[in-house]
Design a protein around this ligand. Structure first.
Ligand code: PMP
Length: 326
């Protein structure tokens, strides 16, 4: 695994085959393994869908070389799509509500993409609408729409999951991962359940997010600081399939921040808040497997660390809880 030692023609060939590293705080009898997605060239898990979605859309003729990809996104997906678009002879345009992090917008710009801002008051809905309007105006343009595009889930079914199963010789007891679009978890869950229908699947979201409501939990909506996962309206997260999920595990901002700091100081992981939340949940699942409260087919848990803390330093990710959340 992760043998990128042979010479490559472009950074696109270095997407995926990321390291799988044990989380040392796990119980000895139930190891937890995290896939380190910041090893991708755009430094997040979203490079996988950027490459996979654009390659498939080109193959299908949804867009042709020289055409344009337009995505409403404020974050890692823009960077992942920009990396792939640049190498696949596509123009990339991102529609981003003004309030979002300038760091990520600078990276999209550096990768040759165009960033168009929409008013903060119109939210992500306004950005989505503008993306579709732009696509209508242009000749050969396509909007991948990561929140509803099955290619998002398929990217993880075809790449992330097989890498994990190869690394662990198929001995995967539980899959636990954060859900933003839910493409990562759904792709892994579908693959896992085909291999063994008893595999435990845990979806992770911030406390205040509403995925848990889809499993019948009585949850209250609230604000959260954890970035990249969670939803205020599960009907817009069309890829999430509640029937593939055993439990939705909610993690508080404070627990996620404590854990991302611990992961750095004790284990050398420079990871962000969604990884902190994933680690809290994955360790809890490992404890429950050890105690016999979860009947998993193997004594192991796999989770994802989606990106790096460096992208959030200006937001005070390593400062006090109050400074980070204010
Ligand atoms: N963590 C971070 C930092 C992300 O940017 C994302 C993508 N929104 C996720 C986790 C969740 O991935 P997915 O969209 O596949 O659920």
């Amino acid at each position: 695994m992760t043998d990128h030692l042979d010479p490559k023609g472009s950074v696109l060939e270095t997407v995926g085959r990321t390291p799988l590293v044990s989380v040392q705080a796990a119980p000895d009898s139930v190891p937890v393994y995290a896939k380190l997605e910041s090893f991708n060239p755009g430094a997040s898990v979203k490079d996988r869908i950027g490459k996979y979605m654009l390659e498939r859309m080109l193959e299908r003729g949804d867009v042709s070389p020289g055409g344009t990809v337009i995505e409403p996104t404020a974050g890692n997906t823009g960077i992942g799509i920009a990396v792939a678009a640049g190498q696949l002879d596509l123009e990339a345009v991102f529609v981003v509500p003004e309030r979002f992090s300038v760091e990520k917008q600078q990276l999209m710009d550096a990768l040759g993409a165009e960033v168009i801002n929409t008013p903060t008051s119109e939210g992500m809905g306004g950005a989505i609408e503008r993306a579709h309007e732009l696509a209508e105006e242009l000749d050969d343009a396509v909007v991948p729409q990561q929140f509803s595009n099955p290619l998002n889930t398929e990217a993880h079914y075809e790449t992330t999951a097989p890498e994990v199963y190869e690394a662990l010789d198929g001995e995967v007891g539980a899959v636990v991962a954060g859900c933003g679009t839910a493409g990562t978890l759904m792709g892994m869950a579908r693959y896992a359940r085909e291999r063994d229908p008893e595999t435990y699947v845990g979806a992770v979201e911030p406390t205040g997010s509403l995925y848990a409501g889809t499993k019948g939990a009585d949850v209250e909506e609230g604000e959260y600081k954890i970035e990249g996962i969670g939803t205020h309206d599960p009907t817009t997260n069309e890829l999430f399939e509640p029937e593939l999920v055993d439990d939705v595990i909610q993690v508080r901002d404070r627990e996620a921040q404590n854990e991302l700091k611990r992961l750095a100081s004790e284990e050398g992981h420079l990871v962000a808040s969604s990884a902190g939340a994933a680690s809290v949940a994955a360790l809890a699942v490992a404890e429950r497997i050890q105690q016999g409260k979860i009947d998993a087919p193997h004594d192991s848990v796999v989770t994802m660390f989606p990106d790096s803390s460096e992208r959030y330093l200006s937001k005070g990710i390593y400062r006090s809880f109050e400074e980070w959340t204010e």
